[in-house]
Write a protein that binds this ligand. Structure first.
Ligand code: TXA
Ligand code: MG
Length: 330
C-alpha cells in the first residue's frame, strides 16, 4: 500500500539539487529530468528506498533498474568494463547510452535494484539538472522512467505529476527533456548486444565499436514490464486508445499521429492531429513522441492512426516504442 504523499514540484536550481539530495539520503523518491526522459530517482544503495520506488511505479519487482552516476570512475565501482565497454563509455558518456555490465566486486547497489542479477545497468547522464543532483547526493541513483509501469515515459514535469503525483516526494522541473526517448541499452557481457534501441542510434555505436551489434536474445529492446534481459515484454508504452500503425488512410474520427507532410484527405478525416515532425526530422519526432501519444490518448477517439516513420537513425527506437504501444492489451 502506498500512502499518499504531498508531491512537491520545484524549478531546477541550486536549491533544488540540495533538496533532492536531502530527500534521496532520507530514502525518498525524486523525479528529475535527464537528456532522455524524466527519471524517478532513489538511493541505489538503500533497499527500502528502491522498494518504495517499485511500489510508486507499480513496477514488477523482477525488473531491474539503471544506476546513474556522474562519471566513468564512479561507474567502475558498479560494473566491470571490458574493452568494448571502455570504448563506448569514452565515445558516448555523458549521454543517452546505458551499459549492462557484470556487477563489480563490492558494488554497493542494493540487490533489489538489480533484481538479483549478477549484471548491472549503468548510465552517466549529460543533463545538467541530473548531474547537479548526482553531484549533491554523491552516491549512485537508480532511476527508471518516471511513469507508472506500462505508461509512456514522461518528457515533462507535468507528465510526471499526472502519473506519480501523491506517490513521490519531489519533482524537479527542468523543462522538456531534449532527446525525448529513453537511452539505448547495450550489453557488454561478451559480444556487444543491443538490448533496447534508444536515444543514441545503433549506427553511431557500431561505428565506435567498428563492429555490428548483435540483437538481444529474446525480443530486442524493452522496458518496464518484463523478465529475461529483463524488459522484453512486447506489450509496453501502452496508451488506452488502440493504435493503428503505418496507416495510409485515416478513418473518419480517428486521432492522427502524423510524420512529415499530411495528405489533405487524412487531415480532413482526423478528429484531431499532432505531427511528430512536419519536416520529417527523426530527432524532433523522438522528442515529441511520448507527449503526442499522451495528448492523442486523451482525445477520446476510437483509435490513433499513426503515419509510417522511417526506420533509420532514431526511427528504429521510435518504431520500437510505437510497436510496443500498439501491442498493449486493452
Ligand atoms: O533513458 C533512460 O534510460 C531512462 C532515464 C531516466 O535514465 N531510464 C529508463 O529506465 O528508461 P527504465 O527502468 O524505464 O528502463 C530500464 C531498462 C529496463 O528494460 C530494464 O529491464 C533494463 O533497462 N535493465 C536494467 N538492468 C538490466 C540488466 N542488468 N540487464 C538487462 N536489462 C536491464
Ligand atoms: Mg521505463
Amino acid at each position: 500500500m502506498t500512502t499518499l504523499l504531498a508531491t512537491r514540484v520545484m524549478p531546477a536550481d541550486v536549491d533544488s539539487a540540495a533538496e533532492a539530495a536531502r530527500i534521496l539520503a532520507a530514502g525518498g523518491l525524486v523525479a528529475f529530468p535527464t537528456e532522455t526522459v524524466y527519471g524517478l530517482g532513489a538511493d541505489a544503495t538503500n533497499g527500502q528506498a528502491v522498494a518504495r520506488l517499485y511500489d510508486a511505479k507499480g513496477r514488477p519487482a523482477f525488473n531491474p533498474l539503471i544506476a546513474h552516476v556522474l562519471d566513468l570512475q564512479a561507474a567502475k565501482k558498479l560494473g566491470r568494463f571490458d574493452a568494448d565497454a571502455e570504448r563506448l563509455a569514452a565515445a558516448f558518456w555523458p549521454g543517452p547510452l546505458t551499459l549492462v555490465l557484470h556487477r563489480a566486486a563490492g558494488c554497493p547497489v542494493a540487490e533489489l535494484a538489480t533484481a538479483g542479477l549478477d549484471t548491472i545497468a549503468v548510465r552517466v547522464p549529460s543533463h545538467l539538472v541530473a548531474r547537479n543532483i548526482l553531484k549533491a547526493f554523491g552516491k549512485p541513483v537508480v532511476a527508471p522512467s518516471a511513469n507508472r509501469s506500462g505508461h509512456v515515459s514522461p518528457t515533462t514535469a507535468a507528465h510526471v505529476l499526472a502519473d506519480l503525483g501523491g506517490r513521490i516526494d519531489l519533482i524537479v522541473d527542468g523543462g522538456a527533456t531534449p532527446v525525448g526517448i529513453e537511452s539505448t541499452i547495450v550489453a557488454c557481457l561478451g559480444a556487444p548486444a543491443l538490448l533496447r534501441p534508444g536515444g543514441l542510434p545503433r549506427a553511431a555505436i557500431e561505428q565506435a565499436l567498428q563492429q555490428k551489434l548483435s540483437d538481444a536474445p529474446a525480443a530486442g529492446g524493452g522496458d518496464d514490464d518484463a523478465p529475461i534481459a529483463p524488459g522484453l515484454l512486447a506489450a509496453h508504452y501502452a496508451p488506452r486508445t488502440r493504435l493503428r500503425l503505418a496507416i495510409r488512410r485515416v478513418e473518419p474520427g480517428e486521432a492522427l499521429l502524423a510524420f512529415g507532410p499530411v495528405p489533405a484527405a487524412n487531415a480532413q478525416a482526423a478528429k484531431t492531429a499532432l505531427n511528430l515532425s512536419a519536416r520529417g526530422d527523426l530527432i524532433e519526432a523522438a522528442a515529441n513522441l511520448f507527449s503526442h501519444l499522451r495528448a492523442l490518448d486523451d482525445a477520446g477517439a476510437p483509435a490513433i492512426a499513426v503515419m509510417p516513420v522511417p526506420a533509420d537513425g532514431l526511427g528504429e527506437a521510435i518504431n520500437d516504442r510505437l510497436a510496443r504501444a500498439a501491442a498493449g492489451d486493452r
